[in-house]
Design a protein. Structure first.
Length: 417
């Protein structure tokens, strides 16, 4: 059941998180290095902006799962939209107004990046709204519709990118606008389903409850982003080839890492809905070993698709075997901890790992070169896993009686079938 629930999430994450940026990058690659840099920086900034909002859809998913069949969902959904409005204004408006100095932080030639920011950051409310809708659906146990939404969005981006970039001659702004339009169309489709849900009215939920529930996930996300940027700075000291290898290796590894995050969301959904979750730790460790094996087998040929000298990327991927196994266990366990109200302990364990990893990266890199950085990643993930309350996370969640389907909240079955 976990695998069946996680598979649509994996497809959704792969298409929504990885593919959109790569599609934009592919289409603008013919416009020169400046355009490539603008889209790369723009999608990275959007990724960080998503981390600032992640607490909201995560909190919605967990609280909808806990309440479905037991308490009205209306307060959760209304609170989600209230937080959407606040966060959209708080992030998008300053982002657009400060787009030029923001772009200057990342590049010496900020004009193109600022043009991309104007539309991409201005379109953040659409992106955020889609995560709210998908958060509600996942809380109801429906992971297939969010997957379909992500696929629809990607198909639209593939079709619209060349039209706006080249047909209308908009360049990098065309890539940003095509993505925002694709997301807006997808959101309209998603909202049509959401309004068909019979959501009873109710009271008694505060914004603080949603934020407290989702904050550990958002904190984990942002902490990983900050540490990732610190590692780039360390690796940069070993030359451009190592930085390029690290970047290529990370992109390849991301496709495998999404397996862990799919398992985490599946475990979170089942735990929130009081459905049994069997051995997430063992499932995560096994998935980590499987992903590491596949990446070792494919490292050379896949890295060779990105560069004529894949040695640095291949070396990175081979060393990541030591990192992926404990990391897979940590991420899978995190879903149970998040949904059972122990997300703060998970975040503390993650930060404890980083507190060791960063000093170790500096120390080992001066002794072992860039290999020391890779070893520090494995050490940090292992320490985080050891510090997480993994034993209690392996226990099955208690199964509570739910109300009959007729008194629950969705017009359609949660699975979407």
């Amino acid at each position: 059941m976990m695998i069946r629930l996680a598979l649509p999430i994996y497809v959704e994450l792969l298409t929504a998180v990885v593919a959109v940026g790569l599609i934009d990058l592919l289409w603008v690659s013919g416009l020169g290095e400046g355009a490539i840099a603008a889209v790369t920086v723009g999608t990275t900034a959007e990724y960080l902006a998503y981390g600032l909002f992640l607490a909201v859809p995560t909190g919605i998913t967990v609280l909808v799962g806990r309440r479905d069949g037991r308490a009205p969902l209306g307060p959760v959904i209304r609170t989600g939209w209230l937080l959407w409005a606040v966060c959209s204004v708080a992030v998008a408006v300053p982002g657009v107004l400060l787009r030029e100095p923001l772009a200057a932080l990342f590049t010496d030639d900020p004009a193109l990046t600022a043009d991309f920011f104007l539309i991409s950051l201005g379109g953040l409310p659409v992106y955020y709204a889609q995560t709210v809708v998908d958060g509600v659906l996942k809380g109801l146990g429906d992971t297939r519709r969010p997957m379909r939404h992500a696929i629809i969005c990607n198909v639209l981006v593939v079709a619209l990118d060349p039209l706006f970039i080249f047909g209308f001659g908009m360049g990098v702004q065309g890539a940003a606008l095509a993505t925002v339009i694709a997301r807006a169309v997808t959101l309209a489709i998603a909202l049509l389903h959401l309004v068909r849900l019979r959501v009873p009215a109710g009271h008694g939920l505060t914004t603080g409850e949603v934020l407290r529930t989702g904050f550990p996930m958002s904190g984990d996300f942002l902490a990983r982003a900050v540490v990732g940027m610190a590692l780039v700075e360390i690796v940069a000291g070993f030359g451009t080839a190592e930085v390029a290898g690290y970047g290529i290796g990370q992109k390849i590894m991301l496709a495998g890492v999404m397996v862990f995050y799919a398992l985490r969301q599946a475990a979170m959904i089942r735990t929130a809905r009081s459905e049994a979750v069997r051995s997430p730790l063992l499932l995560g460790l096994g998935s980590g070993a499987a992903v590491a094996l596949v990446l070792n087998l494919l490292a050379a040929p896949v890295a060779g698709m990105f560069t004529g000298d894949p040695a640095a990327a291949v070396s990175f991927l081979r060393w990541m075997t030591l990192y992926l196994v404990p990391f897979g266990g940590l991420i899978a366990v995190g879903g149970v901890l998040q949904a059972s109200g122990r997300g703060g302990r998970l975040l503390a364990a993650t930060l404890a790992g980083f507190a060791v990893q960063l000093p170790l990266a500096y120390a080992l890199s001066s002794w072992l070169g860039v290999t020391g950085v890779w070893l520090s990643m494995a050490a940090g993930a292992s320490i985080s896993l050891a510090a997480a309350p993994a034993r209690r996370a392996d226990a099955p969640a208690p199964v509570h009686d739910r109300a009959p389907r007729s008194t629950r909240t969705a017009a359609d079955p949660p699975s979407g079938r």
